[in-house]
Design a protein around this ligand. Structure first.
Ligand code: PEP
Ligand code: MG
Length: 575
């Protein structure tokens, strides 16, 4: 019998494939203290061989899908399994203590992990601790005969089903085989949802119980437009699914005709529609979807794709690739926004009660200035190859912006002194994603070159509702007049100072919000590349003179739903 699941629509598109359930394997075992050493060493060496075979295959897939550099982490894992010291210590423990290999493996791994983690000032060695942990898990799974789900090894069309997906899990998905995913938890603006849009993989998040309702091998339809899934669909469901898929594809064809058209309103007002990207490889999709700019490059993905802090040169190459790939069109790169739900295994952050309210983004950059300065130098050097703008995430106060800007100026002057070529006009702006900052937009506007409104965070901080928690997702209210007023305040004061305002939060591509934002005079809309053409199509049907009235009514409405109603009525009257 078919089962329907509801969730949050995270990435457009509809697909059908076989479920691949990602669950944490049970790796519990008992200690044996009178083991047969010969047998144990034989079991251990077999598990070791199987693990090496797995890793060679994972590495090959990673090289094919993500490139050699990203695959190096698996080379490091293989090296651990070939390390005579590591293996020898485990075998000695089996011999000396007569314990089972599971026990010896985990004792020795834990010893190595603690040694590496204790090297406080050595980020590289801390990264090795994570490697040992991963490798130990793999060998243990073979010893226990438990299968370890490995999404990067998927080689047939599948729908991933999991409790949650981390951004790095998502980055490993091969879109040739992964046709969609569904998770129990998460919201539309959690980073795995954002990445699914970049990868153009249909996704539903926050379904609450997908992992208990779906089994490996079930057939699953993912409807990422309406936020639902059907498990083991009947003929009727499949027919409906095929019809919806055809309709969606026809709409895509219509929108594709606007690839080279300007982003003009019906009455000829010019806007810019840009894209949000994570890595240099995403530039292709921006161009293919008719993007007029990169409104946000989340530079932290560069850090997350690496096993250690990327060097200045590595970063320079990546930024240069984006800036030159956009061929003179503006590229806004945000400095590292680590913390919250984004972690670096080699840069452990203190445990915090509220990571989204804690040590995050610009707060880390201003504290760990060596990391910040390296990034700024790489960015400034890349500015020579196109039109680069830099912005700082999570600015809360005028002082924070001034401090960050001062460090930027210092690094720029040093590079100029060293005769390094730098671009003529690097704009420096900030993300507007903290309500306190939006309230003093008039003050901040004097110092910045531009604002880019990050509604994903601005909404979570305004409503005190975790953006990734499906239980409070009803408070994700982009049209609520309180939020619209913060946005209006930002635009009004930026314009007063002659500065431009963009929006790179998910709201910029939201078809209900776009008419209101146009009416408020937002200059640049930056979104998932796949939303660009749909938004351009909508913009071209709207008259901004009428939209400013709509925006005023929205600002004076009472609730989120009232505003949705206003926009619906407006669209009906202006068809
Ligand atoms: C935002 O907060 O709206 C934003 C664009 O940044 P991120 O989603 O990466 O936090
Ligand atoms: Mg943000």
């Amino acid at each position: 019998m078919s089962v329907k699941l509801k969730g949050i629509a995270a990435s457009n598109g509809i697909s059908i494939a076989t479920a691949y359930v990602l669950t944490e394997p049970n790796l519990k075992f008992d200690r044996i203290s009178n083991a047969n050493c010969k047998n144990e060493k034989l079991r251990f060496s077999k598990a070791l061989e199987k693990s090496k075979q797995d890793l060679a295959l994972i590495k090959k897939h990673a090289e094919e899908n993500m490139g050699e550099e990203e695959a190096q982490v698996f080379e490091a894992h293989i090296a651990i399994l070939n390390d005579p010291e590591f293996i020898g210590t485990i075998e000695n423990e089996i011999d000396n203590d007569k314990v089972n290999s599971e026990q010896a493996l985990s004792d020795v791994s834990n010893k190595f992990i603690s040694i590496f983690e204790a090297m406080d000032d050595n980020e590289y060695m801390k990264g090795r601790a994570a490697d040992v942990r991963d490798v130990c898990k793999r060998v243990l799974s073979h010893l226990l005969g438990v299968s370890l789900p490995t999404p990067s090894l998927i080689d047939k069309e599948s729908i991933i089903v999991s409790h949650d997906l981390t951004p790095s899990d998502t980055a490993q998905l091969n879109k040739n085989y992964v046709k969609g995913f569904i998770t129990d938890i998460g919201g539309r603006t959690s980073h795995s949802a954002i990445m699914s849009r970049t990868l153009e993989i249909p996704a539903v998040v926050g379904s609450e119980d997908a992992t208990s309702k779906i089994k490996n091998g079930d057939t699953v339809i993912i409807d990422g437009i309406n936020g639902m899934a059907i498990v083991n669909p009947n003929e009727d469901d499949v027919e409906k699914f095929q019809k919806a898929k055809r309709q969606f594809e026809n709409r895509l064809k219509e929108w594709a005709k606007l690839k080279d058209a300007p982003s003009l309103s019906l009455n000829g007002e010019q806007f810019t529609i840009g894209a949000n990207i994570g890595t240099p490889d995403d530039v292709k999709s921006v161009i293919d979807n008719g993007g007029e700019a990169v409104g946000l490059m989340r530079s932290e993905f560069l850090y997350m794709d690496s096993n250690e802090l990327p060097t200045e040169d590595e970063q320079f190459e990546a930024y240069k690739k984006v800036v030159s790939g956009m061929n003179g069109k503006q590229v806004v790169i945000r400095t590292m926004d680590i913390g919250g739900d984004k972690h670096l295994p080699y840069l452990p952050l203190p445990e915090e009660m509220n990571p989204f309210l804690g040590y995050r983004a610009i707060r880390i950059s201003l504290d760990r200035q060596e990391i910040f300065r390296t990034q700024l130098r790489a960015l400034i050097r890349a500015s020579e190859f196109g039109k680069l703008a830099i912005m700082f995430p999570m600015i809360a106060t005028v002082d924070e912006f001034k401090q960050a800007k001062k460090i930027f100026e210092e690094e720029k002057s040093k590079l100029i002194e060293q005769m390094v070529p730098v671009g003529a006009n690097i704009e420096v702006g900030m993300m507007m994603e903290i309500p306190a900052a939006a309230m003093i937009a008039d003050k901040l506007a004097k110092y910045v070159d531009f604002f880019s409104i990050g509604t994903n965070d601005l909404i979570q901080y305004s409503f005190a509702a975790d953006r990734g928690n499906e239980r409070v997702s009803y408070l994700y209210q982009p049209y609520n007049p309180s939020l619209l007023r913060l946005i209006k305040n930002t635009i009004k004061y930026a314009h007063k100072e002659g500065k431009w305002v963009g929006m790179c939060g998910e709201m910029a591509g939201d078809q209900v919000a776009v008419p209101i934002l146009m009416g408020m005079g937002l200059d640049e809309f930056s979104m998932s590349a796949t939303s660009i053409l749909q938004t351009r199509s909508l913009m071209r049907k709207l008259d901004t003179k009428k939209l400013s009235e709509l925006a005023n009514s929205a600002l004076n409405a009472e609730t989120n739903d009232d505003v949705i109603k206003l926009v619906k009525e407006f669209t009906q009257h202006n068809k």
